[in-house]
Every structure is written in C-alpha cells, then in structure tokens.
Design a protein around this ligand. Structure first.
Ligand code: EPZ
Length: 437
C-alpha cells in the first residue's frame, strides 16, 4: 500500500510558511551544471521528489551529486561525466532527461535519451525540441524507445518555435551556449524560471541576450565554468498557498513570495476578492473579510495567468459567489481533476469550446479545455486518487475546506513538486496525517 494523507477539514489556514526554490528552475539548473567540468553549487534547493529524480538521472551519466537537505544546497561535479546514454529506467519519471541532450552532445558528440514522462495533462510531444536540434545541425532519430542525437559540433541557427514552449526553450538554450556561432530562439518562452536558467548560464560564462520580443540571442562560447547560484523562489508554490489561505478564509504570511513574479496572479486574486499585503520579505494573503467573486480568466504563457496557477484558482472559485469561467490555453487536458472536486460537492462543468476569452490552439479539437464553476459550494470529504502534481495540491485545499475526512492516495505526485508540504500545512493548522504504505 502506498503512502496516503488523511485530512480532517473545515478549517481556516492561518500562520506563516517560507517558499523555497522553484521545482521548474532547479531541475533544469542541475542539468545545466553538466555543461562545465568542475563543481557547481545550487542554493535554496527544495526538498522535492523531482530533485531526487534529477539527481539520479545526472548521476546515471557519471556526475557526482551531493544534496545537503538541511542547508538546501546541491553540488554537482560534472568532471566525471562518463557517457552519452541516459539509461532506460529513467524513462517516464519526469520531463528532465530530454534536457540532457545538449550537454551530452557537446561532451560526447552523441546522446541517447529515453522518452520522458511527467504529469498526464496532454499529449506533451517533443517535436519543437527535436526540430530545434536538427536546426542546430544534429541528426536526430527515434528508435527502440529512445531519442538518438549525434553531431560533431552544434552550429548556431535561427529557430522559431511554433509555440513558446518552456522545455524547448530551455533545451535549445542549453544546447546553443556551446554551439559554434550565434543562435536566435524566436517565439521563445520567457518564464522567470527560464530567466533564472539564463542567469546561471551567464554566471557560467555564456553570452545570452534577452530581446524584447520573445527572442533569446545566444552567442556560443568554447567552454563554460562552474558557478554558484541561488535558485529563484517557487511562484507556483507561493500562489498555491496564497489561494489556499483566501479560499479557506484564513490568513497566511508567505515568506519568499515575490511580487515581481506574482504580478499577474495578484491581479486575478484581487479580482476574485482576495486580499494581500506586500511586505519586504514576502506577502500576507487573507480571505478573512473577503467576499469572493466569480471571474472569467484564461491561462497563457508568461506574463499571462500560468497554467500551474489554474488549479488553486479553481478551488478558490468554488467558494466564490456566481459563475466563473476558466479557459485553459496551454495544455489541452488539464481539467480532469475537477471530476473528483464535483464528487466533493463542487459544481464544475467542462466544455470543448473556447469560453470566456479568445480562441486558442485547441478550438475545434474536442478537448474539454474550458471550465465553468458555479459557486459557492460547500465541500464534503471523500477518498481521492491524485492524478497529477497540481491537481494533488488543489485536493489538499479542497480537503481543508471540506466537512469531514478526506483521504488522498497517490501523494507521491504532490511530493514530487511541493517542498515539505505536510510540514507546511501542519504549520498552517491543517489536521493532516500521513499514513505510511
Ligand atoms: C513546463 O512544462 C513545466 N514543467 C510545466 O509544469 C508547466 O505547466 C509548463 O512548462 C508551462 O508553463 C517543467 O518545467 C518540468 P511546454 P513543459 O513545453 O516544458 C506543447 C508542473 O506541474 N509542446 O511549455 O513540458 C505542449 O504540448 C508542470 O510543474 C509541443 O506541442 O511545457 C503544451 O501544449 C506541469 N511540442 C505547450 O506546448 C513540444 O515539443 C507548452 O508546453 C513542446 C511543447
């Protein structure tokens, strides 16, 4: 039997927590360390399953990795990088292995990477990554369940992404830093975690220019050096706890919540009736006196409303007065988790039309990517199986709101991405018990 959480709900979350480094930055930065022989150090590293998976992935190609959990540091010695093949056992665990392509190609002239996994929230193809590598001069083949890359040396190119993909931008950026000549990545992603990756690469000696129109210009250099880098704070963790505080009509001080990276989220929270006060080291979020209101919003790439903020916002909207609409434009299949919320008493209906905003890539494709949420609805405890990371967190909030007991299984998804999540919820007064499997 796997681990479960048992939660007695019907409470307001109150207290203080500290957010740590972003999952979606640190895991990429651990890979970036492979680009320079020597020891790189990452600080502000969260205790999450994805750091451990990424540690094992980069150890599998010969790096020596030390994770000091108490200090929140990871050191990576890439001097001993031993071979170009990521073993098949790392297929399906998360999205990270494919990001090793550039570093392995630079060191060995080839790379063999098993097909990646990650949360089941859409098809999640790799075509932008693979086409980008071909533009940089690599030969790419897919056979025996793995991607095979080869190139004597990558050469800079002009690449226009069909959609501003986070992973493809990161992958091509890490490939371009040591390529011969200059690479332009147009229609690229510009999320704060990517800027943070660019900052690390710059500290390692890369030349990376961010232009104003979603373009990264990378002038290849011959070699990089190790660096010491503090990982940017997790804006998804911050927003998730912020929405929890407001939804449960509590008040939570989130130390490390950074207004700069929450600008869009704060506007939507305010429109929905949430309150906050920005302090020098964080933000206090409150729903104590809030009259929560329905909103119509759509997710988008940065600087829009993040797709990973959608789930905590939906939970909050189940407690708001009126009919809210959320149009998901980044992933075609990211509302599956709402079925369990309906079992708990929410009234959420899904539509394949583009509701409440502009038409998106998914129009006419039949994916249920718009949600209508009727509120406020009281929730009741239930037994729930978690399907993915962000859904898992939203069930934790639903459990806090619900009358009675909720049992969550599949908690490994939550622990893959949320730092010390049980400890933090306990600090906010949630009666949560871990049942070991
Ligand atoms: C990253 O996924 C994050 N994961 C996701 O967070 C996040 O939701 C997403 O970016 C968007 O912000 C990590 O950083 C590990 P994409 P990624 O490439 O890079 C399509 C979480 O819970 N696409 O930006 O895999 C794709 O199908 C996770 O922390 C292609 O069509 O996302 C999607 O519709 C979930 N072909 C869209 O682009 C490609 O080759 C955006 O995907 C690549 C992507």
């Amino acid at each position: 039997m796997a681990r479960k959480y048992s939660i007695e709900g019907g409470i307001r979350l109150e207290g203080e927590i500290t957010v740590r480094g972003a999952k979606n930055a640190v895991t990429k930065e651990m890979v970036a360390a492979l680009l320079a022989p020597g020891v790189s150090t990452l600080r502000n590293v969260p205790e999450i399953g994805d750091v451990e998976i990424t540690k094992r992935v980069i150890e599998s190609v010969g790096c020596v990795v030390k994770h000091d959990m108490a200090a929140g540091t990871v050191t990576i010695d890439a001097t001993t990088l031993a071979g170009p093949e990521v073993p098949e056992e790392y297929s399906g665990l998360n999205r990270i292995p494919i990001l090793l392509a550039g570093a392995l190609l630079h060191r060995f002239g080839r790379a063999v990477i098993p097909a990646p996994g990650g949360c089941d929230i859409g098809a999640r193809p790799l075509d932008f990554h693979l086409q980008g590598f071909e533009r940089l001069g690599a030969k790419v083949e897919h056979r025996d369940g793995a991607y095979h890359f080869s190139a004597e040396r990558l050469t800079g190119a002009r690449i226009t992404l069909p959609f501003p993909s986070v992973g493809a931008t990161e992958n091509l950026m890490m490939a371009a830093v040591l390529a011969r000549g200059t690479t332009e990545i147009r229609n690229a992603a510009v999320e704060p975690e990517i800027v943070d990756l660019a900052l690390l690469l710059q500290s390692m000696g890369a030349i990376i220019v961010q232009e104003t129109d979603r373009t990264w210009v990378i002038q290849g250099v011959d070699a990089l050096r190790p660096a010491d880098h503090r990982v940017v704070n997790d804006r998804i963790e911050a927003a998730s706890f912020a929405a929890s505080a407001v939804a449960t009509r509590g008040e939570v001080y989130i130390r490390g919540a950074d207004q700069l990276h929450l600008l869009t989220f704060l506007n939507w929270l305010r429109r929905a009736g949430g309150e906050y006060e920005v302090r020098p080291d964080g933000i206090v979020f409150s729903g104590r006196d809030s009259k929560l209101k329905a909103v119509a919003a759509e997710t988008a790439v940065h600087p829009g409303l993040m797709t990973d903020w959608q789930q905590p916002l939906v939970i909050l909207l189940t407690q708001a007065e009126g009919m809210s609409v959320i149009h998901e434009t980044v992933y075609e299949n990211r509302f599956g988790y709402t079925e369990a919320l309906n079992r708990m008493g929410a009234r959420i209906q899904l539509f394949s039309e583009c509701l409440g905003g502009s038409e998106c890539r998914f129009r006419h494709l039949g994916h249920k990517h718009s949600a209508v949420i009727l509120g406020p609805t009281p929730l009741q405890g239930a037994d729930i199986e978690i399907p993915d990371l962000r859904a898992g967190f939203s069930y934790l909030v639903a459990a806090a709101l619900a009358k009675g007991r909720t049992t969550l299984s599949g908690v490994r998804y939550i622990e893959r991405g949320y730092d010390r999540v049980v400890e933090k919820f306990k600090a906010l007064g949630l009666p949560i018990e871990v049942i070991e499997g």
